[in-house]
Write a protein that binds this ligand. Structure first.
Ligand SMILES: Cc1cc2nc3c(=O)[nH]c(=O)nc-3n(C[C@H](O)[C@H](O)[C@H](O)COP(=O)(O)OP(=O)(O)OC[C@H]3O[C@@H](n4cnc5c(N)ncnc54)[C@H](O)[C@@H]3O)c2cc1C
Length: 466
């Protein structure tokens, strides 16, 4: 059921028509609000559009899927994605090992950012009161007056005064900057000492995928790593994550020889797969990895969500999922607000802030897991045991990754539950190891003989001392 505003109801300006902003436009449009989306880029559906190539594909999991289901386009999106059933690890010798993400048919989808954004814009525009203004940058956001200046590509300026401003303008949000100028708003911005560079693995000579299709490929190398996600055009988008400086840092690779020597010693099996490695490496920029925290996310009639409120590092593949979940839960609250949108801001913040902080922490922690732990056989063994236990008692024990990627348990509850589970799991593991040890002693003949001789010896000594 959707509450439909009468003509003249609240007008909403969404700043930023990326993933979170476009989904918010769909959901507000469905409820009958007048929505204007201001997007500084060209419409990617137009012929003039030039793709700037930021993280071409994204891992879409349960939370994001639930949100786009609300927009009515889940099946359409899923049909254009590539399912990834697990991680395929490449060691330095090129040996592969595989770890499924979940059990049975649980998959993470490799989704094209552009495709997803365009499908969301298409469905948003089906609502008569939703309008996108492309090539329009917003400036001078005034959260006290609920206004901003919209500037188009020709430099034409107009002052916009909507009833509500939603800032979904990404990590370097201008709406958030305006909020920060108010007293009582906390803010932090932390850069990782690592950056990322995108490269490509084209199709092989048969025109097919050059590696196993249905996996996220990882080359874990301790302090740095490379990953690759499949695209429907049979390419893989490769992302190299490395420190900016120091040994194995981007700044150390200045020549083609240095690049090839580095790849030969660290990712040799990838070299034949990347014929454009040298060109792409030196042409493509290195991106920053930033974590943003802000508190609260609203003031007066202005609210922020998505990366604008909580940019996180990408190592859990959850930034977009969390941003879409923001829009989804914002919409749940709208259902009961009776048209007074700002009245839901405090509740929205109360629900989403702990979740955002939790996924921020989990994403940091997962970088260590991805670049290092997955290379350890003990770690992989433990993950297999966890999956086995989950299969036996699926509702009692849910592995951490499964909770994050395949459930909608709030992220902070995921952490709480994982702490409890890990404690019990470790105790059981210890007891199991002790029981196994005793079993071995009692059953295997040489051990049994040793123990019985030892016991006889002890008995005799005790007797002789009495
Ligand atoms: C390398 C990398 C890999 C990632 N991989 C994943 C993944 O696998 N899975 C996942 O869930 N997440 C992933 N993410 C995170 C994901 O990209 C973001 O969380 C997601 O894009 C956030 O969506 P958003 O709509 O909040 O912001 P954005 O997608 O950044 O959209 C913001 C929009 O606002 C517009 N804008 C900005 N300023 C203005 C202005 N002044 N006026 C008008 N418009 C403006 C921008 O043009 C843009 O369209 C990854 C991120 C990176 C960097």
């Amino acid at each position: 059921f959707y509450f439909v505003m009468s003509e003249g109801g609240a007008s909403v300006a969404i700043v930023g028509g990326g993933l979170a902003g476009s989904l918010a436009a769909v959901l507000l449009g469905k409820r009958g609000y007048k929505v204007d989306v201001y997007e500084k880029r060209e419409d990617s559906r137009s012929e003039a559009f030039q793709w700037e190539g930021r993280s071409i594909n994204l891992a879409l999991s349960t939370r994001g899927r639930k949100a786009i289901r609300k927009a009515g386009i889940e099946d359409k999106i899923v049909a254009q994605c590539i399912p990834m059933k697990g991680r395929m690890m490449h060691d330095v010798s090129g040996k592969l090992s595989y770890m499924p993400y979940g059990i049975d048919d649980q998959v993470v989808l490799s989704a094209g950012r552009r495709m997803l954004n365009e499908e969301l814009m298409n469905v948003a525009e089906e609502h008569p009161k939703v309008k996108f203004h492309f090539n329009t940058t917003t400036k001078q956001v005034n959260v006290r007056e609920t206004s901003f200046v919209a500037v188009d590509n020709d430099g034409n300026q107009s002052t916009v005064k909507p009833d509500v401003i939603i800032g979904s303008d990404g990590s370097y949000s201008g709406v958030r900057s305006a909020l920060q100028h108010r007293k009582g708003i906390n803010y932090s911005q932390t850069y990782l000492p690592h950056g990322y560079k995108e490269l490509t693995i084209p199709p092989n000579s048969d025109g097919d995928f050059a590696m196993f299709t249905n996996a996220l490929h990882i080359w874990p190398r301790g302090d740095f790593m490379m990953i690759a996600l499949p695209n429907p055009d049979k390419t893989f988008t490769v992302t190299l994550f490395m420190p900016w400086d120091g040994e194995n840092g981007f700044n150390q690779i200045k020549t083609e020889q240095q690049l090839m020597a580095f790849f030969e010693s660290t990712f040799p099996d990838s070299i034949p797969l990347m014929p454009n490695l040298v060109k792409e490496y030196f042409e493509n920029p290195v991106g920053h990895l930033v974590t943003i925290k802000c508190d609260p996310w609203y003031y007066n009639n202005t609210v922020i969500f998505g990366d604008a409120a909580h940019a996180i590092v990408p190592f859990y593949g959850q930034g977009m999922n969390a941003s879409l979940e923001d829009a989804d839960q914002f919409d749940d609250l709208l259902a009961a607000c009776g048209g007074d949108i700002p009245s839901i801001f405090p509740k929205f913040f109360e629900i989403r802030k702990p979740a955002a902080d939790a996924i921020s922490k989990l994403s940091h922690d997962n970088y260590i897991e991805m670049r290092s732990s997955v290379a350890s056989s003990l770690f992989l063994l433990r993950k297999s045991v966890e999956k086995l236990v989950h299969r036996i008692i699926p509702n009692t024990f849910i592995p951490l990754y499964t909770m994050v990627a395949f459930t909608t348990i709030p992220y902070h509850k995921v952490i709480e539950r994982d702490h409890k589970q890990t404690k019990i799991f470790n105790r059981c593991l210890m007891l199991g190891t002790v029981a196994l040890g005793i079993g071995v002693i009692l059953v295997v003949p040489p051990f049994r003989h040793f123990v019985s001789t030892l016991l006889t010896d002890v008995r005799l000594r005790i007797r002789s001392t009495l």
